[in-house]
Structures are given as C-alpha cells and as structure tokens.
Design a protein around this ligand. Structure first.
Ligand code: DGJ
Length: 715
C-alpha cells in the first residue's frame, strides 16, 4: 500500500496470544501504542489510539517528542536517536517520514524516506503467529550521490514503561550472571567491542515491572541476533518515558554507503510476558525450536558426548584416546569429540592454528585409526576446529603474514598467542574453507566444535574498520560448510560461552555454554543461559571431580545431574575415574537418555525459593515434570521450605525422588517417604501453592524428582 492509499489510522498485528497496535499519522513514523494480550477482533483501533494519546508537558517542544519506531533528531527527539549518519564528513539531522507500507495481520513493512538526506530505510516487524516473538529487521539505502556514513542504526527501538532491568554480566568460565538495575535516570548502555558475542555483555536485555521475578510481573525481553560488536541501550527520557535500543556497534567510518548501496542490521527478537521471566522464556524457547535452530536437531535424540579437552589437553596419544573411547562407549557415550591438539604443530596453545592438517607426530597414520575405533564402538566422531584463527608459529602465517586482521605495519597484542584471519579477503576465506573441506571429505566426521579463542580487538581490513564484515564472513563460512556438509552438526564455542546468540544458533546445533564444569557455578550459568535458550542446545559436561577452572570438588552425582539437564556429555579423564564412579556416570547417562526427548520439547520453568542457596527448575509438559533442586551453599536453617511448582496441569500427580538414596541424603534422623524413594500422590494446587517438600540437604547435593500426572501414571 502506498502512502496515498491510506489515511491516518492504526494497524494491529496479532498472534495467537498477543496484539501489537501501531499508530500511523500521515507521513509520520509509526509508534507502538500497545503491546499486550491479544485484543478482541472488534476493538475500535481508532478509538483506542485516541484513548492512548500522550499529553505534551510544558518545557518540551510544542509537538512533544515522538517515541516512534525511529526516534530521530528531525522530529525534535532529544534522547538517544535511533539513527545517526554523516553526509560529507559531518553529522546531520535525519528526518525520515513514512512513504509506503505493506501489512497483513502478522507483519508490517515500512519504507521510510528522508528526501533531503537522500536515504531510505526499510523496516519490517513480524509477530510470529505461534510463539508471539516479535522480530524487527531494518536496512538503510543511500539514494544520494555522495557517500553516506552510517554511525548508528538501531535494529529496533522499543518504548517500555518498565524501569527494572535485568542484564547479563560474565567472564570466561562464569557466563550469564544476572544483574539487576533500576533505571531511575539516564542510560544503561551495554557495549560489546570484543568482536565475539562476548562473555561480559551478551546481546540480551530484559525490562520488567518493578520487582518482576520468575513467575510474576510483566516483562519484555530482547535479543540482538548478532555475534559481533553491539550496543544495547535502555534510556529514561527527560519526560520519564523509557526507550530500549539494540543494534550493531559500528566503528567510525566502518559503513560508508555509495549511491544505491544498502546496509542490513541483524534482527532483533522481542518477547513479552505478563507472568514473569518464565513466560518470556516459554516464548523464546518455542521460537528457537521452531524458527532458529537447524531443524535436523529434532530428527534424532541429542547424542551424549565425550569431549577430550579436560581429559588430555594437548597430549594426544592414539592408544590412550582409544582407551578413553572404549570407556566412553561403555558408559553410554554416543559421540566422541576430539578437541584441540590434533593438528600440525599443536603441542601447546602457541602453535599450529591455521594449519588444519593432522599432526603426523601424534597421529602417524592420520586420524583414520582413531575414527575407525570410535565408529566401531558405535559412536560418531567429532572434531574441534578454530577456523578464524592463526598462530604466528604456523605455516599459514609464515607464508601469509599479511592475512590477519589489523592495521598493516602496526603491532597488535596477541590473544592466546593468536591472531585473527581476515576472512573478508576472498583468498583467505577460500584457503580456510578448502582446508575444512579436505578434512570433511577425507574423514567421516559428523560434528565440528567451532571455537574462537580471542577477541577481535583489531578489526581492520585494508586500512578500514571491518569487524562487521568479519562477522558476516564468519557466517558465510559456516553457511558454506553447512551447505557442503548438511549432515555435519556444529557446536558454537568461543572460549566457552562467548558465542551464545541466535545468529550462531541458526547455524549450529549446540552452544558450548561455559568452560566451567564446576556444578556449583555451572548451575547458575545454566540458569541464566536458560532464559533465552532451551536445554537441548545447551552443551553440559560432567567434568573431573576437582574442577579445572575453580579447583573445587563436587560429587559425581552433583556433576552428572547438573549436566543431565542439557545436551549432556563427559569431559573428564575416564581412566582416572574409579569403576564405581564410572558405573554411577553410566547409570545417570542411562537415565538421561530416558529423559532427553522430554527435555527437547518440555517447557523449562526456573523455580523460586526463599533460600538463595537453592537452585531449582522443572522441565514440564502436560503429563510429566522433572524437577531438579541443587543446593549450592550453606543454609541458615536445617529445614528447607517446600519448593513451589507452578505450571502443572490440574489433578493429582504422583511424586517420587529419582535419586533418593538414604546414603547420600542421610542428613536427618527421620526421612519422609518421598525422600526415601516412595511415590506419593499430591494434588496440583498443593504442589503449586504449598510446594514440594524437600529433604535436608547440604551444599553440593542435588535432588531430582519425577512428577507424573495420574492420567499418565496409570498408563
Ligand atoms: C576453549 C573451549 O571453550 C574449550 O572447551 C576447549 O575447546 C579449548 N578452547 C581448546 O583450546
């Protein structure tokens, strides 16, 4: 529909549960005036928009400040603008207006034009019918003769009335730590300049009603699907309103559009919920399952992994690896992943990256004997690679010292003794692809663990900033590998969990959540991760008894039941585990296999408990619920309050503790029936309102409960 064909008027987007109402004023940029529970079809939108009109207080410009989908200087907006460009080396005022739109009930596409500037924006909003996740995509085109420098273009600007913010902090081996911030005034700006999705500032932001929690409070949550530099802003405007913006962080001069050229921002995905964080997680998990993660993931159960990293590091010995493979197969592993250390010159982390050929000192007959052994034991074979990186001690770097990102002739610091290859150069891209292709052609490799262990601190190519182009080149490389080898699954990893985002996840079946395999920390890392990601994509490993990243000891049960609730694996030297420990690991893996399909479709609810040492969650469907209660610290009282389980279907549920063991949980003089492993019957309202009684637990213990609806229990 062109502008001449529509008069002022609102438009609505509807999904199964939500309605978004957008207001149009002739030629002006649309505003979201309402986003909430689905409205009846017969609501009079014109009337509604009138009812929602905002006053213009004294002290502001006469027209007020439109908090539209593109707040901009030209309309007198004094907050952070959604678009900033330079024409002819100077900042300028943008004044885009609506010139065209196309809409139906689930999506709306706008053309916004600034004739004086000679630039056009295309903005599309789609409300996913089934999951109610709203996706925004925006691009800018230069229609003028001179270059147009783009400094900032928010992938989405969203008004919100919520000032209670939740964002993530983190570091290597401690990702997804939740932080709260009340936005009384000014901005909370989260920037990532590491060129990877980042440990410390992943591209997620949640704003909610004051005091929102897992099960209560209205919440809006957004994610920029991008694996490079970004900026996320929450800003309290001077008039009290709040805007959220998320977009790619561009270096000055990084994007300069010639006439007719366009720049596309990555998508922003947003979900809202009336009933707390679990409500938005429900929507995001469904969205990931239906729209993001490669669909093949659901064609087979997630295979249990053995990963060699913490078992052998760089000391690869074929015979030892075969022994590990034997033990791995015995405990139920289905995929053996050969981590770092297998390729030419890789005796430590200072050499070899860039030379993706098998190290003949470690593997005189290549990888074939090991792979044959692994496959003969009924397992798939996976291989670790770090294709974007190069060590100066490598044949590739010796031959092509100029193939790295950076400014030619200027020194740059190393990160883990490595540089980043400039994948924006076709010859570099092609060389790396050919090396991966040769490996995948030569060997029956079913899985690549794709790692990236340094920040893109010097994102320059041919003298110009190129971080954005490098991230795009990474996607092209992944896409090319996937197209050539569609049956090969990929894991996204960057020094643990620094590449957890939906753009990577649309090209990977698994995300390596963290290098921390210590269950004490890992429980909370997984809890944060689970807000935006479902369990089947969350790589979780049973580490050694003494965690390598923290030095803390944890029992086999605690480690194994922590890994149980994601895409499970082992990352420990099985040769140093006792037969009894291996038998326990095998038993818990067997149990996991009974539950993994459930985990791949269940809704995950993070449970709340008064005692901050308790970390509880449930994987729930209509018939069955699997509850995990981990005790992470010391509690002030011996008796733990019951754990309330919301979300259960009405009726009676049979409840039993899966891992009840008088030995492990003998911390009481009297242990009630459920903690002794007996099944009890509990009505849903009791479980929801009073809660599931917990055993006496000490730090480092975990209790797993199975709840079956009596309809199912009687099957
Ligand atoms: C970082 C990853 O997170 C680890 O799991 C491991 O693959 C190492 N890199 C190998 O260098």
């Amino acid at each position: 529909m062109t502008i001449s064909e529509f008069t002022d008027g609102p438009h609505r987007l509807d999904s199964s549960s939500d309605t978004v109402v957008l207001e149009f004023k002739h030629g002006r940029i649309p505003e979201i005036v309402h986003w909430g529970t689905r409205l009846p079809d017969d609501v009079d939108l014109v009337h509604l928009v009138r009812a929602m009109e905002t006053p213009v207080p004294h002290g502001l410009l006469d027209t007020g400040e439109a908090l539209s989908l593109l707040p901009q200087l030209g309309s007198g907006f004094t907050g952070h603008p959604a678009v900033q460009v330079q024409r002819g080396n100077s900042d300028t005022i943008t004044n885009f207006g609506l010139t065209e739109y196309h809409a139906d009930r689930s999506q709306i596409a706008f053309t916004l034009t600034d004739t004086d500037l000679a630039a056009t924006l295309h903005l599309k909003l789609s409300l996913d019918q089934r999951t109610s996740v709203l996706t925004s995509q925006i691009s800018m085109t230069n229609t003028g003769a001179d270059g147009l420098q783009l400094d900032w273009l928010a992938g989405l600007t969203l008004p919100t009335e919520f000032a209670d913010l939740l964002h993530f902090n983190g570091r290597w081996a401690l990702e997804f730590q939740q932080l709260r911030h009340y936005l009384a005034s000014g901005q909370l700006t989260k920037e990532n300049r590491t060129g990877r999705t980042s440990h410390h500032s992943p591209p997620f932001l949640i704003a909610g009603e004051k005091g929102f929690a897992e099960h209560h409070g209205a919440v809006i949550a957004l994610h920029l699907a991008w694996s490079g530099n970004h900026r996320i802003i929450a800003e309290r405007l001077r008039d009290g309103r709040i805007q959220l913006q998320a977009g790619v962080l561009l270096a000055p001069g990084e994007i300069s559009l010639k006439r007719g050229e366009s720049w596309h921002s990555p998508a922003v995905h947003v979900a809202r919920g009336e009933r707390g964080l679990n409500d938005v997680s429900r929507k995001f998990h469904a969205f990931v399952r239906q729209k993001i993660v490669p669909a093949g993931i659901y064609s087979k159960p997630r295979p249990v992994h053995f990963n060699t990293w913490e078992a052998v590091y760089f000391e690869h010995d074929v015979e030892k690896l075969k022994q590990l493979a034997d033990l791995a197969a015995d405990v139920g592993v289905e995929r053996f992943v050969l981590d770092d250390g297998w390729f030419k010159g890789r005796i430590h982390d200072k050499a070899g990256l860039g030379d993706w050929e098998v190290d003949r000192n470690k593997y005189p007959d290549g990888l074939a004997p090991l792979i044959r052994h692994v496959i003969a034991r009924g397992m798939e074979f996976g291989l670790w690679v770090e294709p974007e990186m190069v060590n100066s001690d490598s044949d590739l770097m010796r031959a092509h010292p100029d193939w790295i990102l950076g400014i030619h002739g200027r020194n740059q610091p190393l990160g883990r003794a490595q540089y980043i290859l400039d994948l924006t150069r076709p010859e570099v891209f092609e060389t790396i692809f050919q090396q991966l292709d040769a490996l995948l052609r030569q060997y029956p490799i079913s899985y690549l663990k794709w790692d990236a262990n340094r920040d893109v601190s010097h994102g320059f190519s041919a003298g110009r900033p190129a971080s954005f182009a490098q991230t795009q080149a990474l996607y092209r490389l992944l896409d090319r590998v996937r197209d050539a080898y569609p049956e090969v699954e990929i894991e996204a990893c960057a020094s643990g969990g620094a590449r957890a985002d939906y753009a990577m996840l649309s090209r990977a079946e698994r995300i390596w959540t963290s290098d921390c395999n210590d269950p004490y920390d890992r429980q909370m890392i997984q809890r944060g991760f689970s807000i935006f990601f479902p369990p089947e994509v969350m790589g979780c490993h049973i580490g050694p008894r003494r965690a390598h990243t923290t030095g803390r000891e944890a029992s086999t049960a605690f480690r194994a039941y922590t890994a149980f609730f994601g895409h499970m694996g082992i990352e420990a030297n099985l040769l140093s585990l006792s037969a009894q420990e291996r038998a326990q690991v095998a038993a818990i893996i067997r149990e996991h296999k009974r539950w993994r399909d459930h985990l791949s479709h269940a809704q995950i609810l993070r449970l709340e408990h008064d005692d901050s040492a308790i970390c509880g969650f449930v994987a729930i469907d209509q018939q069955v619920a699997l509850v995990s209660v981990a005790h992470l610290g010391s509690s002030p009282y011996p008796l733990l309050a019951p754990l309330r389980i919301p979300g259960l279907k009405g009726g009676n549920w049979s409840v039993h503790q899966l891992n009840a063991s008088p030995g492990a949980l003998s911390r009481a003089k009297y242990t009630p029936p459920v903690s002794r492993g007996e099944a009890v019957i509990m009505p849903a309202p009791v479980l929801c309102e009073r809660g599931l009684p917990l055993p006496v637990m000490a730090a480092g213990e975990v209790a797993i409960f199975v709840l079956k609806h009596m309809d199912a229990a009687n099957d």
